[in-house]
Design a protein around this ligand. Sequence first.
Ligand code: FBP
Length: 550
Amino acid sequence: MTKSALQIARAAYQPKLPQALKSHVKAVEGAATQSVANQEEIKKLFPNTYGMPVIKFEATDEPVEFPAMNVGVILSGGQAPGGHNVISGLFDGIKKLNPANRLYGFILGPGGLVDHKYMELTADIIDEYRNTGGFDIIGSGRTKLEKVEQFEKGYEILKELGIKALVIIGGDDSNTNACVLAEYYAAKQYGVQVIGCPKTIDGDLKNEMIETSFGFDTACKTYSEVIGNIQRDCNSARKYWHFIKLMGRSASHIALECALQVQPNICLISEEVEAKNMSLDDIVTYIAQIVADRAAQGNNFGTVLIPEGLIEFIPAMKRLIAELNDFLAANAVEFAQVKRSAQRDYIIRKLSPENSAVYASLPEGVARQLTLDRDPHGNVQVSLIETEKLLSEMVATKLAQWKEEGKYTGKFAAQHHFFGYEGRCAAPSNFDADYCYSLGYTAAALIGNGKTGYMSSVRNTTAPADQWIAGGVPITMMMNMERRHGEMKPVIQKALVKLDGAPFKEFAARRDQWAKETDYVYPGPIQYFGPTEVCDQPTKTLQLEQGKVK
Ligand code: FBP
């Protein structure tokens, strides 16, 4: 395989570890825990893994002997920079427990466990992937592990390979699956531990014990580099408004972090749109007003950041999508038989009058996108909805109307971008390289301590890595009951942008100035070598959340 100069140099990078993990560790247990909501229901569904204590690892001089065991690993869901380092940290961690331990990777996500597709991850293979982006070492997939037959098929291969612990690297849905599997294997007394690792560029798998999901740091820095480049282009040509949609599924963490990094003219935050009960027309008017105000100053250019989940947060759209989700789940077969050209009318006839009217008012393309297949977890595939085009078209219409009324005299030309896949497999930043390696190493320590149903946790992440705190959090602690595919299910609660949180408040305090002035910041590419203030900075979100912004 031909390697780039950076890849070769980067292979030699030794990720930093929390001090406690550098020697022998002992697990210090905290108090019993509770789920974030619906305690009685969750406790009943997870009798073997509910209420366990939070774990913190501390250094000890006393070496512990571990019998040899085999461990399995699965990469689940969307790619996020640093996955390979979780696996290399896990590999090094289990080898430290006992050099005879072996690691098996299941191919293309949870489906590999069910279909018995796997490979042994030897030292030579691991070395090829240290500090690289991507999930290509074993591939990833979105199969949802939820049926007893899947758990049993998985157990067959785990037993055959002598695997006593399985690490699932995934987002909120995949870690929910990890917990369900941990509970099932514990109930059956199969002797297989299941540990989760917090992955997702979306940044929505976080809580007081999980400070950030891995990949968010690198993905946001990658998008911010490109948005910065666009802003410089925009400020050079001074003739375009750039509508930039950013991945992140429901939560607007990515858009908010990028806004804090690049200081665009406009950034929409879905959570605020919902809280203020804004309609699509309110959003369009908000953007058009800023465009008109800038035009009045002679500035017919600017940037608009749009979180990809926006549409789901406009209250009227949210009600529509909720009804569509239930309707499509219950009538999938019938809907599939309706001719494409008749689908729109069919939906309009079947929905309640309020939702039917909203649906009928949508442009054809967006209406169609809302009825596309859900992902295996029941989510609307928001990355397929072209909100950036929808908004710019509606802004253009509004401006044309204002022009007729003599309220606007500028020129409006738009460019559209969608950044998502570009950042998911970038070479991990130093932060993600260190954080991921530490998460993998911590997962090994949790395995060594006989834990199951835990998520690997590394905290205090705005401090230097040797001061990070490694441990484990019971996954049931993060759960609540939510409606999925028309049924109430136990799931990890998604962390949306908090409107009273420091990152949003900082943005809200500065956005009017950014709208008016051209106050762009150009962050430039991620740096892997050089001064620490250039290479090792965590995201602005983390720094603001932890009160570390100067
Ligand atoms: P995860 O939640 O699995 O980490 O996925 C993140 C994400 O990149 C979202 O931001 C995006 O909406 C989705 O994956 C796209 O899914 P796909 O890769 O299947 O197109």
